[in-house]
Ligand binder design. Sequence first.
Ligand SMILES: Nc1ncnc2c1ncn2[C@@H]1O[C@H](COP(=O)(O)OP(=O)(O)OP(=O)(O)O)[C@@H](O)[C@H]1O
Ligand SMILES: [Mg+2]
Length: 244
Amino acid sequence: MIEVVGLEKIYSAGNVATPVLKGIDFHIDRGEYVAIMGTSGTGKSTLMNILGCLDKPTAGRYLLDGTDVGSLDDDALSHLRNRKIGFVFQQFHLLERATAMRNVMLPLIYADEYPEDAEERAERALAAVGLADREQYRPNELSGGQQQRVAIARALITDPEIILADEPTGALDRKSGLEVMAIFKKLHRQGRTIILVTHDRAVAENAQRIIVLEDGKVAEDGAVGSQRDPDLELERLGTGEDKR
Ligand SMILES: Nc1ncnc2c1ncn2[C@@H]1O[C@H](COP(=O)(O)OP(=O)(O)OP(=O)(O)O)[C@@H](O)[C@H]1O
Ligand SMILES: [Mg+2]
């Protein structure tokens, strides 16, 4: 579903060129759950922006479902993005003055065609992340974990095949982080492809596979021996069995 070949990204500012991605190759199948790790500044977000069709590589190829993304113009790119990809970020990027409902409906408002059942879809998406009772709350009336769940509901509203999450637990406490990971687990079970960036090895072990970037290249790419179970960890946390 996702294939990158010799992917490179060089940022140019004035006459200074900064090479960030220096030849990345991998293949991600439909329905895979992959974590991307690597030290700060190594190009994880840069790679995610390219995978999410928000940015184009300087060299190399990115094939999304067989389409060479590099050959698309901006309109075609944003069309592909809106149809296939849902984003979740570390800082939730919610509109402060809009209710949870309104925030979740935003991608539909920007869609090619506004669906008649937008409100019902938003209600369902909020219910799916356990926030049916918070529809009319604004971001500053929600906890960080709840805000991130609104952001996930917003990512789900267009029913994307691929979820790209850049440090989705980075701003959350452990319990809220586990709740978010439990939602990702559910989305993966539904057959979605999930690509998650994290600094935290424990978070990465929720995935089936970990790709480690180092100095703009793939340093490691391997299967996770035994995937963590966020539901189980939440249960332990609830019973006080887990003192961490
Ligand atoms: N728009 C940009 N213009 C110029 N340089 C950029 C731009 N975006 C990122 N960079 C540079 O690219 C490098 C990689 O940045 P990137 O955000 O991809 O790292 P990261 O791995 O996501 O780091 P972190 O873990 O801190 O989020 C950094 O050195 C950064 O300064
Ligand atoms: Mg980053």
